[in-house]
Write a protein that binds this ligand. Structure first.
Ligand SMILES: Cc1cc2nc3c(=O)[nH]c(=O)nc-3n(C[C@H](O)[C@H](O)[C@H](O)COP(=O)(O)OP(=O)(O)OC[C@H]3O[C@@H](n4cnc5c(N)ncnc54)[C@H](O)[C@@H]3O)c2cc1C
Length: 447
């Protein structure tokens, strides 16, 4: 059996390994437009910020590892068409290539800002590691940069650039950073910490144009609030699925623009699977389709697609989207909904908030942690959470995702059995305090 995979990112590489495991004697061919596969794009902002000393560390495996594993990766090679009836893909420079099973893991592009000047030099779209290595040299001489949009990548780049001594401006059309996912009280401390290092934030501000210096290089941006001069613009617009091939081949595309798949990652066409940022999957609480999640989702979906394409059985479950990241001098994170998103979707909820610490107060370097729990008003089942703190955000996000998934209630969390030792926790676990505060608030209202 021959499986062709289009895409060498987390979805494609996850798929390739899983096909090999499920069908050791089968042939696996991967196509990627990039010069490399199996590197972590997630680490790029931290090399730019000098937290990670070099790009070489971001490579997870050498090219020879794939040869040894029997995975035939064609680098710098573009697939230009799919003929699903004849079971062939058209590959630039190779012609038609047949397949028995096809996996699409074509990933994402950053949304086109849709303003004049998008052809100019000096616009940086952070993705390919080779380009990132070149851009890193540019950062050595950059004096002023504009980051367009406070997306997750935008937050990382706004955090990284001041570490290089670069005057950094952030423009975003929303009233606060990461406004589509995070609540203002969660990102407030992050914005304060950016202000401390001189970041200039321009919220409620629309990008109108990239400005030409007369030699084809960007000299700044024009916004709804005026011009900002800059020698570099980092475009961190939201991720959009890259589905031109799938769409042209007649594969069903969903309301988000992502490929529709079932729990086996099978598309609407028999023998064709898809994984990663090019697909949409259901949200575990709201049962709405979600698209463009994270590298960890893409990799897990790839494992499912590859196993099934290779003749095994594996299924993917709805997602609860635990998330966490460093922004400014804080860590922020959560699961499912914050208040802003729940309100926007019309999801009824009660809230419990607590301020706690993630180490005992007397232990050096203890950090405060603000946590907010959202629960269904009737059943008191947890439906979301958000946090800002200095330690333990990822672990709490992951735990709370499991709590949402398993139907834990505020009462369960208020009576949680938790670990304590001064360097790693406090006697008052913030999750417990927030749940107790929510219950006390309800009791106060006669609930
Ligand atoms: C700078 C950066 C930071 C990130 N940080 C995080 C993080 O902190 N945590 C996290 O979980 N995730 C992170 N991600 C992951 C990211 O957000 C995505 O979720 C992830 O990259 C999706 O993987 P994918 O394989 O679906 O798609 P992509 O990574 O977009 O890969 C798509 C692949 O398809 C190939 N391709 C597309 N079309 C064709 C074609 N026609 N022919 C041949 N090849 C084609 C491309 O060459 C590429 O190899 C980060 C990504 C970037 C770029």
């Amino acid at each position: 059996m021959k499986t062709v995979i289009v895409g060498g990112g987390a979805g494609g590489i996850g798929s390739a390994g899983a096909v090999r495991a499920a069908d050791p004697s089968g042939q696996v061919v991967v196509y990627t437009e990039f010069e490399d596969a199996a590197y972590s794009p997630c680490g790029i902002p931290y090399v730019h910020g000098k937290e990670i000393p070099d790009f070489e560390r971001l490579f997870l495996a050498g090219k020879e590892a794939y040869v040894e594993a029997g995975i035939d990766i064609h680098y710098s090679t573009r697939v230009t068409g799919l003929d699903l009836a004849r079971r062939v893909v058209t590959v630039a420079g190779e012609g038609e290539v047949s397949f028995d099973r096809l996996i699409l893991a074509t990933g994402f592009d950053y949304a086109d800002p849709g303003v004049p000047g998008s052809h100019l030099e000096g616009l940086y779209y952070v993705k390919n590691i080779r380009r990132a290595m070149e851009w890193d040299k540019v950062l050595d001489t950059t004096k002023t940069a504009v980051v367009v949009e406070a997306s997750p990548l935008g937050l990382e780049m706004v955090t990284a650039l001041p570490h290089r001594g670069i005057e950094t401006h952030l423009i975003d059309p929303h009233p606060w950073a990461l406004a589509e996912a995070a609540d203002p009280d969660i990102v407030g401390p992050v914005e304060d910490s950016w202000a401390e290092v001189g970041v200039k934030m321009h919220f409620n501000t629309r990008l109108e144009a990239f400005l030409d210096d007369g030699r084809g290089h960007v000299r700044g941006v024009r916004t709804s609030e005026g011009e900002i001069p800059a020698d570099l613009v980092v475009v961190c617009t939201k991720k959009v699925p890259r589905n031109d091939l799938a769409e042209a081949a007649g594969i069903e595309i969903g309301s988000t623009g992502g490929i529709v798949v079932d729990e086996r990652m099978a598309t609407s066409v028999s023998g064709v699977y898809a994984a990663g940022d090019c697909i949409e999957v259901p949200h575990g609480v709201a049962n709405i389709p979600l698209q463009g999640l994270s590298g960890s989702h893409a990799y897990s979906q790839g494992k499912v697609a590859g196993t099934n394409a290779g003749g095994g059985r594996r299924s993917y479950q709805p997602v609860y989207v635990p998330w966490g990241m460093v922004a400014g001098k804080w860590m922020i994170g959560g699961v499912a909904f914050g208040e802003t998103l729940a309100n926007a979707l019309g999801i009824p909820h009660v809230v419990g908030v607590a301020e706690g610490v993630s180490r005992n107060r007397y232990y050096p370097d203890n950090k405060t942690l603000r946590i907010k729990l959202l629960a269904d008003p009737g059943s008191l089942r947890l439906i979301g959470a958000q946090m800002v703190g200095g330690q333990g955000i990822k672990e709490r996000s992951d735990f709370l995702a499991m709590a949402v998934k398993s139907g834990a209630t505020l009462t369960d969390l208020a009576n949680l059995d938790f670990a304590y030792s001064p360097p790693i926790g406090a006697l008052g676990e913030p999750i417990v305090l927030a749940a107790q505060n929510a219950l006390a608030g309800l009791a106060g209202k006669g609930g």
